[in-house]
Design a protein around this ligand. Structure first.
Ligand code: DQA
Length: 139
């Protein structure tokens, strides 16, 4: 089984960025030390970019072949119709994820343009959400 994880803008700073909201571990450390070891049978692909078009290009490149995509679009979640359209256009199921509980934060974070096109959404469970998303895609 092949799963693609896509992290959007500012998620390269996890661990350093507002740790009171996003935690003190980097995604790379969690990915290498925990997630990959937890699911040795899964082939993971990982892509991070701060650039909207690059996120769309990656959805196009892998979204017709991988078995599932876990996407944290960061702030583009709340602004990007283009990313939402890309999620709607591809065949692989997408699970939307957010480390923080976007519904407990500012009003502008309560809206997700891509959520409508996703198989499901996970919000507020920190890095553990990625593990739960993998389990959901395995079912
Ligand atoms: C986020 C929530 C977004 O509102 C924010 O812009 C992010 C991270 C999260 O993982 O909680 O960059 O997607």
């Amino acid at each position: 089984m092949e799963i693609l994880i896509i992290n959007g803008p500012n998620l390269n700073l996890l661990g350093k960025r507002e740790p009171e909201i996003y935690g003190s571990e980097s995604f790379e450390s969690y990915f290498e030390k925990i997630l990959k070891k937890m699911f040795p049978e899964i082939t993971f692909h990982y892509f991070q970019s701060n650039v909207e078009g690059e996120l769309i290009n990656e959805l196009h490149a892998k979204g017709f072949s991988v078995d599932g995509i876990i996407m944290n679009a960061g702030a583009y979640t709340h602004t990007s119709i283009a990313i939402a359209d890309a999620v709607a256009a591809i065949k692989s199921p997408v699970i939307e994820i957010h480390l923080s509980n976007i519904f407990a934060r500012e009003d502008y974070r309560h809206v997700s343009y891509l959520g409508k096109h996703c198989k499901g959404s996970i919000s507020g469970l920190g890095l553990k959400g990625y593990e739960l998303a993998v389990r959901a895609l395995m079912k």
